[in-house]
Design a protein around this ligand. Structure first.
Ligand SMILES: [Zn+2]
Length: 431
């Protein structure tokens, strides 16, 4: 996510913090310190406990996301990053889960972790109740953490996709019907309806007075986030269905421009980059693709050196994830070119370059697929109405409906992590 600070890796997963997180962290800490200042004489102590409690809260959000990620990785779903931001955390999944059962366990892992943490902190609350009165502030912190983890588990189990509960619902429908597309459609529509209710309620809340404006806007923001998540999934589904049955070979651009490993930069610029208006050129030698040269890398070399420098001196290795087999489904190319990796390179079993699949190739293929489906649907309607048998309805070119942008990759968005935090602490102050 843009504007994020990388903290480091846990179990191979990069953990990063988005700048919006800082504001919510500050707000939660402030409200906690306010509540705690009534329990201890020293304001410094109140602030110190508040900061630690706040960090523990965000640690709990991270633990929730890690639980999703580790279960996902055990199913081969590669989670590279977890981002903590204002509305909670996101575990970025590379792909949709491979099966309904995988979806079910990945989705349950997060709320399961939050529930377990609520239990641990709840146990602490009971033990601290027996302790001396000087521990009252710690008791307060544990109570807060127990409640917030419980809220995290319960809110995320709302059966509204893309919340965890919506994913559980999708998994159950998927397992019951064996159909991923139908399960996604039902779960995403319920998710959208829930998101609209949340946004409507949030707007009404803002009218109740200045004290409720923050909570109201917070709900609107979470509703909007959930709605766009659900819409993204429906869009992805439409794209995948438009590409169903299509292979990489059918949509690739054949004979892409390339350069030999013995070329100079000068020749590369004047024979390929400028006339073809391309930003990236594959370098081939003896039928093999050795790597790619990016136009930006060429620009960094002083022009005077172009005639004497070889393309191999600025060549970069090709990410193996960008290599595609010609008979692979076109949705594989979607993961490459639509996933921001750049064009996919189609190579045969011997590594020879057959073609490339660019974002443009994919958009074109999605468009044609969408028309084909509309044509088939219309044909079916005419058939039912008693039209001539075998009549092939012409593809209507006037109303393109294919989405023009690629939706985000599948992600575990956990909204509302901190939504209930301010009232749970501030209680009297915020109203
Ligand atoms: Zn979750």
């Amino acid at each position: 996510m843009r504007g994020s600070l990388k903290l480091g890796r846990i179990a191979g997963i990069m953990v990063e913090i988005h700048y919006t997180w800082v504001f919510v962290f500050a707000l939660v800490t402030y409200l906690l310190a306010n509540g705690m200042s009534e329990l201890v004489a020293s304001p410094v102590l109140a602030w110190a406990v508040a900061v630690v409690t706040s960090l523990a809260f965000f640690g709990a959000v991270l633990a929730h996301e890690l639980a999703h990620s580790l279960v996902a990785n055990s199913y081969g779903e590669f989670v590279e990053r977890i981002t903590l931001f204002a509305f909670g955390g996101v575990a970025h999944l590379n792909d949709e889960p491979p099966s309904g059962a995988a979806e079910l366990w990945i989705a349950l892992a997060g709320p399961g972790m939050s529930l377990a943490l609520a239990g641990v902190f709840g146990g602490g609350v009971i033990l601290l109740k027996l302790g001396p009165p000087s521990l009252e502030v710690v008791h307060f912190a544990f109570l807060y953490l127990a409640v917030i983890n419980l809220i995290l588990a319960l809110f995320n189990m709302t059966p509204a996709y893309p919340l965890d509960g919506g994913r559980v619902l999708r998994a159950i429908i998927w397992i019951a019907t064996g159909r991923f597309d139908r399960a996604t459609r039902v779960a995403a529509r319920i998710g959208q309806a829930f998101a609209w209710v949340l946004m409507g309620y949030g707007m009404l809340l803002t009218l109740r007075g200045p004290g409720a404006v923050f909570n109201g806007l917070w709900m609107v923001a979470i509703g909007w986030m959930l709605s766009s998540g659900a819409r993204g999934s429906l869009q992805r589904l439409a794209i995948e269905s438009a590409l169903s049955g299509v292979t990489v070979e059918q949509i690739m651009t054949t004979a892409p421009a390339s350069a030999g490993a013995d070329w100079s930069l000068q020749r590369l610029v004047y024979e390929v980059i400028l006339p073809q208006r391309t930003r990236e050129v594959p370098i081939t030698w003896g039928g093999q693709t050795l790597g790619v040269v990016n136009a930006n890398a060429v620009q960094r070399v002083p022009q005077a050196n172009w005639p004497v420098m070889s393309v191999t001196q600025v060549m970069e290795p090709l990410n193996p994830r960008r290599l595609l087999s010609p008979d692979a489904p076109a949705t594989e190319a979607l993961k490459v070119a639509g996933g921001g990796l750049g064009p996919g390179y189609v190579v045969d079993a011997y590594g020879a370059l057959l073609g490339i699949v660019t974002e443009q190739d994919l958009l074109h293929a999605i468009q044609i697929g969408a028309w084909r489906q509309q044509g088939m649907a219309q044909e079916a309607r005419i058939g039912r109405a008693g039209g001539p048998p075998g009549y092939v309805y012409p593809v209507p070119p006037a109303t393109p409906t294919a989405p023009q942008a690629f939706p985000e990759q599948a992600a575990y968005d956990d909204g509302a992590a901190s939504h209930s935090a301010p009232p749970a602490v501030g209680g009297g102050q915020s109203d």
